[in-house]
Every structure is written in structure tokens, then in C-alpha cells.
Design a protein around this ligand. Structure first.
Ligand SMILES: CC(C)(COP(=O)(O)OP(=O)(O)OC[C@H]1O[C@@H](n2cnc3c(N)ncnc32)[C@H](O)[C@@H]1OP(=O)(O)O)[C@@H](O)C(=O)NCCC(=O)NCCS
Length: 162
């Protein structure tokens, strides 16, 4: 098995925001086409938070963000947890995909959720993320069909009991 692409998982710092914004877009544009059409990928990528919006998503009230970084402290994956157990963002860089980094990040998110009071974790998982969450004990609640711009796309509401 390949080694995970990260050397540690640490809390978000405000100077991570530009790198996380770029990581989000690269993740969607490179990994998204495995499961979504070019139009769907373009619509999804259009939702990329700019660095200022990314900072608010990561560090706003009731939010905790974890960042998996490589040996040079460059982010290779990140996740944002809200105090009600909602995983708002969960993205791995293409070079980290399939390395076990995202699985380790999800374990760390679960640990963080327990420390924050143990609310049941829930997420809107992309087609590509679904198997990762299933393997960690999440169950699919419903398929969600919606539009971004005028483009139809879908994901899955998933939940893990606390
Ligand atoms: C969703 C996403 C984070 C999942 O990442 P991932 O690459 O599947 O997750 P991991 O890095 O944990 O890799 C797991 C895979 O690597 C394998 N693997 C290889 N080496 C491993 C190791 N040392 N330890 C654990 N797993 C390892 C596992 O067997 C598993 O393979 P499988 O999926 O065929 O069973 C990533 O695909 C992504 O960012 N996608 C685009 C954005 C997105 O969809 N985000 C989710 C929004 S909810």
C-alpha cells in the first residue's frame, strides 16, 4: 500500500486560506471528472471559495478546520467541521488521493467531533467521497439532486450515529 501523502494533521491557520482555496479547485477539477460530467465539474469549481471566504468557512464561529500537511507544511487535504456535527468541506489534493490521507483526516475529524461534544456527524458526500464515508461507518440518508447555476448535479446526505 502507498504511504499516506501527509506527515501530520494540524489545526487550520489563517495563512492556509489561499492554499486551501487553490487545493479545493484543483481537487474538483482533477478528481471530479472521475464521477461528474465536464459541465458538472465546471459548476462545482465555480463554487470554490476565494481565500477570504475560505477563511470564514474554516475559522468562523462554531467551526474547526483540520489540515493534513506534507513534510514541508504544504496542505494536501483539509476538512471543516461545524459544532452540530456537519462536515462542511472535505477535500484532498489530487496527489494525495488514494494514499490514505483522506481516511486519516476523517479519523481526526471524528476525534475532534467527540471533543466538541459528540454530535452525530453528517455530510453531503460527492459521488467520489461516498465510499470513503461508507467505510468509516456513515450511512446514506438520501440522494440529493439539485442545480448549481443551471447544471443538474447530485450528492448524498450521509450520517454517522454518535
Ligand atoms: C473525497 C476524497 C477526499 C476521497 O479521497 P480518497 O483518495 O478516496 O481517500 P484516501 O486518501 O483515504 O484513500 C483511500 C483509498 O486509498 C487506498 N490506500 C492506499 N494506501 C493507503 C494507506 N496507506 N492507508 C489507507 N488507505 C490507503 C485505500 O485502500 C482506498 O482505496 P479504495 O477507495 O479503492 O478503497 C477525494 O477523492 C477528493 O478530494 N475528491 C474531490 C472532492 C470531493 O469529492 N470532496 C468531497 C466532498 S464531500
Amino acid at each position: 500500500m502507498p504511504q499516506p501523502a501527509h506527515s501530520q494533521i494540524r489545526p487550520y491557520r489563517s495563512d492556509d486560506a489561499p492554499a486551501l482555496s487553490a487545493l479545493y479547485r484543483r481537487s474538483v477539477e482533477v478528481l471530479g471528472p472521475r464521477h461528474y460530467t465536464p459541465a458538472q465539474v465546471a459548476a462545482w469549481a465555480s463554487l470554490t471559495p476565494d481565500p477570504e471566504a475560505m477563511h470564514a468557512r474554516c475559522a468562523g464561529p462554531g467551526r474547526a478546520a483540520l489540515v493534513a500537511v506534507d513534510a514541508a507544511d504544504r496542505p494536501v487535504a483539509f476538512a471543516v467541521l461545524e459544532s452540530d456535527g456537519h462536515i462542511d468541506l472535505f477535500y484532498a489534493a489530487p496527489e494525495a488521493a488514494g494514499s490514505g490521507t483522506a481516511t486519516a483526516l476523517l479519523c481526526a475529524v471524528e476525534g475532534e467531533a467527540r471533543e466538541l461534544g459528540g454530535a452525530a456527524l453528517h455530510v453531503e458526500a460527492s459521488e467520489g467521497a461516498r465510499s470513503l464515508f461508507l467505510k468509516r461507518g456513515f450511512a446514506t440518508v438520501a440522494r440529493r439532486d439539485f442545480e448549481v447555476g443551471n447544471v443538474a448535479i447530485h450528492n448524498y446526505a450521509m450520517r454517522k450515529p454518535s
